[in-house]
Design a protein around this ligand. Structure first.
Ligand SMILES: [Zn+2]
Length: 139
């Protein structure tokens, strides 16, 4: 089905909202938690922060053995996304890597986060983050 991709950019931006603990600066993503995972503050006071869409691979794993209908190899990465305004700590985000050659992957590789349809379970699309090595040459 094709339809208007209305507000895709804006909605994607909204997906890059994280929550910074006001006691210890820990950045929680994707959800705002009642208790801070780092300092244990409860109830914690979190403030919304906007994340940049580009970050750095901290670690990754390449999945080779998956059910038959899932394409392999399938790399998964943990990526640190800095805050959009450059302040505070980064959020640690977990997601699939796509459109990326395995040879391009290493710790420290810059990747861009995209909110995408991962697959369709037959009834509804399953959406999540994907990361890929940026292709555009312009800055
Ligand atoms: Zn905290």
């Amino acid at each position: 089905m094709s339809g208007p991709r209305y507000n895709r950019t804006r909605r994607q931006d909204q997906r890059l909202v994280a929550f910074e603990c006001q006691s210890c600066d820990y950045v929680s993503f994707p959800d705002e938690k009642r208790t801070c995972k780092r300092c244990g503050d409860a109830p914690a006071t979190f403030e919304e922060v906007q994340l940049a869409e580009r970050g750095e691979i901290q670690t990754f794993v390449v999945q080779e053995y998956l059910p038959d209908d899932i394409e392999v190899p399938q790399p998964l990465a943990i990526v640190d996304l800095p805050q959009a305004d450059g302040s505070g700590e980064s959020a640690r985000v977990y997601g699939l890597l796509t459109e990326t050659e395995l040879e391009e992957l290493s710790v420290g590789t810059e990747v861009v986060a995209r909110f995408r349809e991962l697959f369709d379970d037959g009834e509804r699309p399953i959406n999540s983050f994907k990361f890929s090595v940026p292709r555009e040459v312009k800055r």
